[in-house]
Design a protein around this ligand. Structure first.
Ligand SMILES: C[S@@+](CC[C@H](N)C(=O)[O-])C[C@H]1O[C@@H](n2cnc3c(N)ncnc32)[C@H](O)[C@@H]1O
Length: 195
């Protein structure tokens, strides 16, 4: 192999490494496109938390600018957006549905909240919650039950979990709160604090 060929191969290799590095930066390792198997894990439909209840959930958990809030099954991104916009927290949503992921990501961009808020397009059963100080859930009791090992594995001591209407089986809530929505419908919130 002559010198010219060696140089060309070295240049191509360098370009390939640069491209691989750029792709790795663009897509954090945690965020992998949902697979067909992941999509079978869509165990809860999109039912949004009313805006007033969203604010009360975050207030109930005492969210402030030092918090990192994760909303599992983030729907249209309303909890993530409110946590970043009104409570100045860092906020991450996890959403499996393609349209809801796209809509919420576009809304975050339109509101110029990208520095504080983002949505991961993935199965929530595969997310690492190690960075979270607060987790919000509006999911069925059976879904909460299946999330329990992940919450117990990842959440640090003192991390708070707020659930809307559905409890986490086997965990004892610190307190609960009844909130009236804009439409006059009563919603129950539960606050859990990791020991
Ligand atoms: C009841 S909605 C709650 C939406 C939002 N958190 C709120 O309170 O307004 C549940 C959401 O979970 C999403 N979801 C269901 N299973 C999921 C999974 N395995 N991974 C990620 N998202 C999921 C659904 O697509 C839906 O948007």
């Amino acid at each position: 192999m002559n010198l010219m060929m060696r140089r060309r191969i070295a240049t191509q290799l360098f370009a390939f490494i640069l491209l691989a590095a750029a792709l790795a930066i663009a897509r954090p390792p945690q965020e992998a496109e949902p697979t067909a198997v992941d999509r079978q894990d869509r165990l809860a439909p999109f039912v949004p938390t009313p805006e007033k209840v969203v604010t009360e959930m975050l207030r109930f958990a005492g969210v402030d600018k030092t918090d990192r809030v994760y909303d599992l099954g983030s729907g249209d991104g309303r909890i993530v957006i409110t946590a970043a916009q009104k409570f100045h927290a860092e906020a991450v949503g996890v959403e499996l549905d393609d349209d809801l992921y796209r809509q919420s990501t576009e809304r975050i961009a339109a509101l110029k909240l990208q520095d504080k808020a983002k949505i991961l397009h993935m199965n929530m059963y595969k997310v690492s919650l190690k960075p979270a100080t607060v987790v919000t859930l509006y999911l069925l009791t059976s879904v909460n039950e299946r999330l329990k090992p992940i919450l117990e594995r990842d959440l640090r001591s003192g991390a708070r979990v707020v659930t809307h209407d559905f409890m986490i089986p086997g965990w004892e809530a610190e307190k609960s709160l009844d909130v009236m929505s804009e439409e006059g419908i009563s919603h129950k919130l539960y606050l859990y604090v990791r020991p």
